[in-house]
Design a protein around this ligand. Sequence first.
Ligand code: ADP
Ligand code: MG
Length: 569
Amino acid sequence: MLRRFFSYYRPWKGLFILDFCCAVLSGMLELGFPMAVKVFVDELLPTHQWLLILAASAGLLAVYVLNTGLMAVVVYWGHMLGINIETEMRRKSFDHLQKLSFRFYDNHKTGHLIARVTKDLEEIGEVAHHGPEDLFIAIMTFIGAFVLMFFVNAQLALITAAIVPLVAWVTSRYGARMTRNWQALYGRVGDFNVRIEENVGGMRVVQAFANEDHERNLFARDNASYRKTKLDAYRIMAASTSMSYMSMRLIQLVVMIAGSYLVLQGELTSGGFVGFLLLVNVFFRPIDKINSVIETYPKGIAGFRRYTALLDTEPDIADRPGAIEAPALKGDISYRDVTFGYSGERAVLKGINLDIAAGQTIAFVGPSGAGKTTLCSLLPRFYEVDSGAITIDGLDIRDMKLASLRGQIGIVQQDVFLFGGTIRENIAYGRLDAMESDIVEAARRAHLDELIASLPEGLDTIVGERGVKLSGGQKQRLAIARMFLKNPTILILDEATSALDTQTEREIQQSLAELAQGRTTLVIAHRLATIRNADRIVVVDETGIVEQGPHDELVARGGAYSRLGATPD
Ligand code: ADP
Ligand code: MG
């Protein structure tokens, strides 16, 4: 764990060493000041020479300036080290998110995932900067101060040291409680994110149901529990801060009494006395530092654990070793004994056998939940078959590189996901290196040109988050334009027009038919009018494929399909 953490320092070795050396030097100067005061009082003052005293002060000023510079370096370059590590980790986790499969996203909440890439990594960055350095400096000043105290007066040093275990005990007791508390707080922040993410994302639903009060109550509960956890943390912090202040002062008092006694006995100079008192401060300061490390460390480590857990989540769908770049596919699709279930307990598809010739249009009909979408999701390997195989042009899809396979399959679904940018950007998502003329052409073929011409901003019109500023039909046309640009060999239309009114649907059917030209097309539809012309219709239900054939044949047979046909279009 720690070794893995430190491996992130490797690329920034130079920065780390620079920061570290400056911090060590600054720590040593801090240690030097009490000794300077001792010399000042014991040696310089008795000479009664103002010039000497001023000269010494000037020397001290120079050291102060140096230390100020060092501190600036430590704060800036040290944080740069932290942010560099944080940036690298953020890049890695975002990269990894791109590789994880649909199944992973089925089972994880967006809010938690966002927290991982943002909040978690911020905490890690803090620890990455402060943790090791602070700890080292703390230990260094602790030991250094003790040696100097011993040098000034051994008896007094021993008395002071005797109190250390007590202070350490108090500190560690609070530290452990603090750790537990921070971990609890962590979970609460994640819950929070999820709650807000879902609420804001689903605001249209919330308001449509007039369920704002319900949402407020749920949020109030999370908010209150967050407050309580945080208050607990502050209570512990208050106790620990005041206790450490108290013990600090008590120690000072003890040292003052014992020190005064020694001065009166002539065993300690007054400079030594003052210097020693200052050293006591330096001696106990690291305990505060260690305290703050104890506070940030668990946060960082909890974040780092979650970060590594994410990175260690093996993508369950990835290129096989030896996978080949898919050749330009013709689109002969074959399902062989395909069995698949989302969970181990229940198979959604059992022993599916299906052949689709290149260039054909195959329609799937059947009740909702029969597994039509699932069947099509297996083709681009959004999910992996449990047994059996799917081949395209005789090649197992698992033997092709994912990107080269998916690059040749296009999907238009019922709800189109648009990104928050412009119409142009959303069309260009189909092929990122498309030229302006290609985008215009794709928009024309999707019959979007009229709409675009009517908009003052044209292609540069912002579609709003997820495309809220467009109508259902317009969004669907945008998805079709995107698909013209992508120009896939295999096309999946999953209830692409189901959400539209009949008039709009009819218009869009036209574009879809043009899009399907010359491609192997899998159509899922519940309005039978839209699939009458398919080369073959496959009727599925929970048991699997019930019957298949062209429209006329199935109607004539008078089986399941003809009974479906009874539903009005
Ligand atoms: P259809 O498209 O025919 O309406 P689906 O393929 O969407 O049916 O769903 C088939 C079955 O699989 C349903 O019982 C559904 O509840 C289940 N299912 C669909 N998607 C998931 C998923 N991501 N995780 C778990 N179960 C799912
Ligand atoms: Mg479906």
